[in-house]
Design a protein around this ligand. Sequence first.
Ligand SMILES: [Zn+2]
Length: 431
Amino acid sequence: MPAILVHELRLKNGANESRRMWVRTKEDTAREWCKSVIVVTHRSGKLGMVVILDTKNQQRATVEITDNLEQQTTIEDFFIKIYGVDSMEKVVDECSTDFIESKLREDKDTIEVWKREIFIGKYTLKINSESKDRLLLITEVATDEKHLLHCQSEGGTMVYEIPFPLKPARDYVVQAFYGSCLEPGKYSLSARAHCEFRTAMLQKHVQLLYNRASEFCRPARRCAIYHLYRNKPRHYFEKIRSRGGVMTKYMKNNGGDQASPLNRSIQGLFFSAYYKYSPAGCPYLPEDSPFGDQRLHVAMPFFVNQYNNLYFADFFCHYTNHHVTLVVTEAGSYSDHFCRQHLIPLDKTNNPFLYYNHWKKSCFTNVALNVEIFYTENINIGYLLCNKKAYFSFCDVIGNSKGKSFIGQRKNKNCQICNLTPEEIIEPVLK
Ligand SMILES: [Zn+2]
């Protein structure tokens, strides 16, 4: 296919030196190309400028480089990158001279994911910068598909809704360039920021993980348990006691599968149903914990009862053991509604992980994996202690408890057992 000339550009610096540039692309790409975004970076990486041209009406244009650097610069000191953008802000082509990455200041200005509507792939970013003009380059990592967006605000913090849906369970990188308008279509760049994130998976993907997890723990070795436990340092429980005995829930961190819809969506408190087993098959509690030396034990009926619902949320591993995350919600609550839409509801009396057996009048857990429970309400410990539904014990601590409990460990991406294949992510087929 013949190459079509899109632009004939003349680059000019303050010293009136100039340089010509011809931008060509394939014929079909040229038809889609609506806007040309020209990013100029100085050799030092510390000075940048953006010029936005209307491709069809400014085929011949002079780009004047505002070089307010102290030192003397020549036109050869500037590098150019050109993005061809279509009417949907999608990058259809890009080309550059020996482009060097911008080394603009990256400290005060930030960008992060603020809100997500998982069903429709609507993601909202929170952008914080003193600059009024922001240029966002959003890249889907696997396909290298890029979108280039320009947004403006009064400066300070703004929330910005990405104007197209993101695909589920994919990695994205957002690069933000901050600057101010010099004249229409021309901006100076002064700072940058970037963030990387994985979009949440859909319920279909969670169902596939559930299938993997139930496959993994078959044939099941089950054991009766009477309590779930939660380890924390002594001062954590001291503080709760001094504040009236209510243990308050907090936002779920990013631990486990990075695409879990649960992450940063609802609040709760983690408990464990993990027991060790003697060679004879008798369960006993682990002697130590990475999360703290004090252990709160809460009786099973507090969690598994007629007023609560149970959901499957996640299946993952770090190094050796496989874990499942289950969620216990109060029926009808906000969290319950969220879980019903995004997770897999479990039958409390019949599921592969944790269930109540009416005949034996007790709860059973699956020994093949670590079952963790995220309980989505505050807990009044004082009330439970008074009513003999909870008790405390102590154990040793291993490792750095702060880091582990706060940040949350990410899933081992290379495990074949608990990671969905790229095909399953693109097209989740339920058998
Ligand atoms: Zn695994």
